[in-house]
Every structure is written in structure tokens, then in C-alpha cells.
Design a protein around this ligand. Structure first.
Ligand code: C2E
Ligand code: CA
Ligand code: CA
Ligand code: CA
Length: 269
């Protein structure tokens, strides 16, 4: 038993060491990702009741020279810890704004919006508002076409500060969407305090819409709540026709999900 115990410990040590090495390597590589042009934006359609795209959510992809595509779920938390997300996030915004300018040139795409995910680390930087404004100016993108996706956690801490930043940004004409709604905090007071435009029902609730009654009740209430507050409501992670029908019957008319389109590189849209 003593032998086994020692072996387990040794195994554990090696595994832990490997994981740390792996992480350190990923972090070193991530520092080079931006200068080496390894980051790209994919775009996932957001569609109206007729199934027509009215805009796209920009989703970051890292094409690692050896590992291939690394998912944002893997590298964004790392980029937040080492604060690389500030530069990466600025690049995402600038690239998305460039895309808006390209679309603005063609009458068929001129009305499309782009939604950009904002990390709390990025949002809490003292010069976040100025940086967004500079990017809008530099690129010439129309703020009316830009939507910033924030998460609940970000809005609950330092709410007064968040509110002020949002109000300043709203003056440019851009809009705000509250991402992953319902997954974070229980207090809903901030919903009435903040200048939000859209509420995004998290894909977890959508996934279990038809097999879990409690979930359906939550989604139904969320849609009602959004409308009462004058917010648009969008459902994400819509994968089946049955989900789309249910949502439509319950007054949610904007969708995003594999049923309509996967995230795609811009050339493939
Ligand atoms: P999110 O903002 O909640 O984005 C939605 C995620 O769901 C995306 O994963 C998307 O590809 C995926 N998805 C869309 N439709 C469906 C569907 O029908 N079924 C399923 N199962 N999944 C669907 P992705 O692209 O891997 O991004 C993961 C997360 O990484 C995002 O979650 C967001 O939090 C973060 N992220 C992505 N790009 C950026 C970025 O530029 N900046 C920041 N700060 N975070 C980002
Ligand atoms: Ca999002
Ligand atoms: Ca989301
Ligand atoms: Ca999410």
C-alpha cells in the first residue's frame, strides 16, 4: 500500500508538472499570437423572425501554428489572468469595426450590426471608454452598428462606475447587450439601473427548453422581463426547429445558433 501511495504521488507530481509546463508554453505562445497574426475573427449570424441575418457576433479564434485552432474557452481566461486581453480585446474591436466599414460600402450589407464580446478586465481599464471612441474614430465605423456584449458579473461589481462608462459610450450611439443572462447573479436590480439595449438568453436555458419545465418557465419570465424593461431579447444556442418555434410562440424573435449558422470566417459568410 505504501508503494502504491508513493506511485500515486509521483504520478500526480508529473501530471501537475506537465499541466504547468503546458500552461506556461501556451502563455508564451499567446504573447506572440497578436504580433504573429494568429488571431482571427469568426462571425456568427444573428437572425430575425424570417431567418434573415441582421448582424453578426464576432467570435475570436486562435490559429496556433502547431496546435491548430485553440478555443476561446481555453485561452481567454489565460489572457484575462495575464492581462493580454486588453491588447487582444482592442484588436478584436478594431477588426470588427473595420468589418463594419467594409459592409457599409455595399447597400446589401450596410445595415448589418456587429456584436463584440468585452472582457471585464478590458471594461474595467480606466481608459476603456477613450479606447473605444478612438477605435470608432480611427476606423470610421458607425457606432449605431456596434453592439458591446457585457456579462452580469462585470455589472454587479462597481455598478456605479460601470453605469457611468456605459452612459458615456451610449452617447456615441452604440448599444449594449447583456450576455449569458441568468447564469450569474440573482439580483435583478441592476437591470433597471443600467443603459442596456438587449438581453441575451444563455444557451444553457435554450438547450433544456423542451425537456425541463422549470427552464421553460425561466425563459418565459426572462422574455417578459426584457420586454417590460423595453429591451430586445435574443436567444443564443438555438439548435433545433422545435426550440425556434417555442421561442417564437413566447415572443422571442431574434436568434443565434447552429440551426441558422455556425461561426464562420468572414469570407465564408
Ligand atoms: P459566448 O459569448 O457566450 O459565445 C457563444 C458561444 O456559443 C460561442 O462559442 C459560439 O460558437 C457557441 N455557439 C453558438 N451557437 C451555438 C449553438 O447553437 N450550440 C452550441 N453548443 N454552441 C453555440 P466560442 O466561439 O467557442 O466562444 C466561447 C466564449 O469565448 C464566448 O462565449 C465568449 O465568452 C468568449 N469569447 C469569444 N470571443 C471573444 C472575444 O473576442 N473577446 C472576449 N472577451 N471573449 C470572447
Ligand atoms: Ca457573447
Ligand atoms: Ca453568451
Ligand atoms: Ca457563454
Amino acid at each position: 500500500a505504501k508503494e502504491a501511495g508513493r506511485n500515486t504521488l509521483r504520478f500526480f507530481d508529473t501530471e501537475m508538472q506537465l499541466r504547468l509546463q503546458n500552461r506556461a508554453r501556451l502563455e508564451a505562445d499567446l504573447r506572440k499570437a497578436l504580433p504573429n497574426n494568429e488571431l482571427v475573427l469568426y462571425y456568427q449570424a444573428q437572425v430575425n423572425a424570417a431567418g434573415i441575418p441582421t448582424g453578426y457576433e464576432a467570435l475570436l479564434r486562435w490559429i496556433h501554428p502547431v496546435r491548430g485552432m485553440v478555443s476561446p474557452g481555453e485561452f481567454i481566461p489565460l489572457a484575462e489572468e495575464n492581462r493580454l486581453i486588453i491588447e487582444i480585446g482592442a484588436w478584436v474591436l478594431e477588426t470588427a469595426c473595420h468589418q463594419l466599414v467594409v459592409w457599409a460600402d455595399n447597400p446589401a450589407t450596410a445595415k448589418l450590426t456587429v456584436a463584440v464580446n468585452i472582457s471585464p478586465v478590458q471594461f474595467h481599464e480606466p481608459d476603456f471608454v477613450e479606447r473605444v471612441m478612438q477605435i470608432l474614430e480611427r476606423t470610421g465605423a458607425s457606432p449605431q452598428r456596434l453592439k458591446l456584449e457585457l456579462t452580469e458579473g462585470l455589472l454587479v461589481e462597481a455598478q456605479q462606475q460601470a453605469r457611468e462608462k456605459m452612459l458615456r459610450l451610449k452617447q456615441t450611439g452604440l448599444s449594449f447587450s447583456l450576455d449569458d443572462f441568468g447564469t450569474g447573479y440573482s439580483s435583478l436590480a441592476y437591470l433597471t439601473q443600467l443603459p442596456l439595449d438587449q438581453l441575451k438568453i444563455d444557451q444553457y436555458f435554450v438547450r433544456h427548453l423542451l425537456d425541463d419545465l422549470a427552464n421553460a418557465v425561466i425563459v418565459e419570465s426572462t422574455i417578459g422581463l426584457a420586454h417590460s424593461l423595453g429591451l430586445e431579447v435574443i436567444a443564443e444556442g438555438v439548435e433545433t426547429e422545435a426550440q425556434r418555434v417555442w421561442l417564437t410562440e413566447h415572443h422571442c424573435h431574434v436568434f443565434q445558433g447552429y440551426l441558422f449558422a455556425r461561426p464562420l470566417p468572414v469570407e465564408a459568410l
